[in-house]
Design a protein around this ligand. Structure first.
Ligand SMILES: Nc1ncnc2c1ncn2[C@@H]1O[C@H](COP(=O)(O)OP(=O)(O)O)[C@@H](O)[C@H]1O
Ligand SMILES: [Mg+2]
Length: 324
């Protein structure tokens, strides 16, 4: 009876009794989890012992079986190409688990994310250009005029004004360079990061070391820009938050992947998991994850209080992200 009801449902479904034994499941459940054995063989088996059931689902089911009430939702479980939403609920001495295919929604989200980041880069480029080409020359002209004025009147009183204007001019060049890393486009990723690190070593308390291995020649423009932004954010975090004395940045090209690590020996983060739930904080980390996602890479962050922070990112090759 149950089996007949769940057969044609548009979601993957599995019902487990209070001992955790599978009572029934439908075809969709199988196709989502890519199990190609006989359905019947699973009836009566303990769900927690079935190896191909995703770990999160098992943890959720275990919790419901222990509590004998409640529910769980995992809004995103990745199974190869497929993105699944899993829900579980304890009713009438049973756990009902449903699986929804959300791959299409994910794909739409991913595409719009790509567009947003691209638009953001374009906007940055525009602002950088205006600062550099518009305000930069005006400032230089003012400084020149001040110089002439001071020379003609033999008046040194305005020297401090000139110094401020020079600082403003340097600051604007720095801002526009951060917005549009010209070195990245002209000399490539490694040189651009070398310069970034060099500039910081001149003014930050922390000592930055950068090690690169590989040519990174085949990188698409958009890919190197994404990697550069990722490193920029991680390094900025070290400067702003870590209180570290040393920071190591490594960019290594393997045959099939690029491995990027940024490690500092600073104060670390006490409870990293609560940070990801804090929407106001963590915007940097969120953007970082989006960029890694666009590069189809993986990111792992390892940190504890006073144990520094290590970010490991792996990006698969080949790169083909410049297509629109
Ligand atoms: N390297 C680090 N060492 C210690 N704390 C860090 C480090 N990086 C980030 N954090 C902490 O994580 C928080 C979130 O970082 P992030 O998402 O980049 O946002 P933001 O930099 O805008 O604060 C920071 O506010 C800081 O408290
Ligand atoms: Mg940040």
């Amino acid at each position: 009876m149950e089996q007949t009801i769940i057969k044609g449902l548009p979601v993957g479904i599995c019902i487990v009794n209070s001992k955790g034994e599978v009572r029934c499941l439908n075809d969709r459940w199988f196709s989502y989890l890519e199990f190609d054995g006989e359905q019947e063989t699973l009836i009566g088996q303990k769900i927690l012992e079935i190896f191909w059931i995703p770990r999160q689902i098992k943890i959720g089911v275990q919790k419901l079986l222990n509590q004998k009430k409640g529910s769980f939702v995992f809004s995103e479980i990745q199974l190869d190409e497929l993105y699944i939403k899993a829900k579980g609920i304890y009713i009438d001495n049973s756990v009902i688990i449903t699986l929804d295919d959300i791959s299409v929604t994910k794909k739409v989200q991913f595409e719009s994310l790509k567009k947003i980041l691209r638009a953001q880069e374009m906007e940055r480029r525009k602002i950088a250009k205006e600062l550099h080409d518009g305000i930069g020359p005006l400032l230089s002209a003012s400084i020149l005029q001040l110089d002439t004025f001071m020379l003609e009147t033999k008046n040194e009183n305005l020297l401090s004004v000139k110094e401020i204007l020079e600082d403003v001019s340097t600051e604007i060049r720095n801002i526009s360079h951060n917005l549009l890393p010209a070195t990245l486009m002209d000399f490539g990723l490694v040189k651009a990061i070398e310069l970034l690190v060099e500039k910081l070593n001149n003014k930050a308390k922390c000592s930055f070391n950068f090690y690169a291995k590989g040519h990174f020649l085949e990188l698409e423009k958009q890919t190197s820009l994404n990697i550069y932004r990722i490193i920029q954010e991680l390094i900025n975090n070290v400067v702003r938050h870590s209180e570290a004395r040393n920071c190591f940045v490594q960019l290594i090209e393997h045959e099939e992947t690029i491995l990027l690590t940024v490690e500092d020996d600073g104060i670390g983060i006490n409870d990293f998991s609560t940070l990801s739930n804090n929407k106001r904080k963590g915007i940097g980390f969120r953007n970082l994850r989006s960029r890694v996602q666009i590069l189809e890479g993986t990111i792992h962050i390892d940190t504890a209080e006073n144990k520094g922070l290590l970010t490991t990112i792996e990006i698969p090759l080949p790169y083909n992200f410049d297509e629109t």
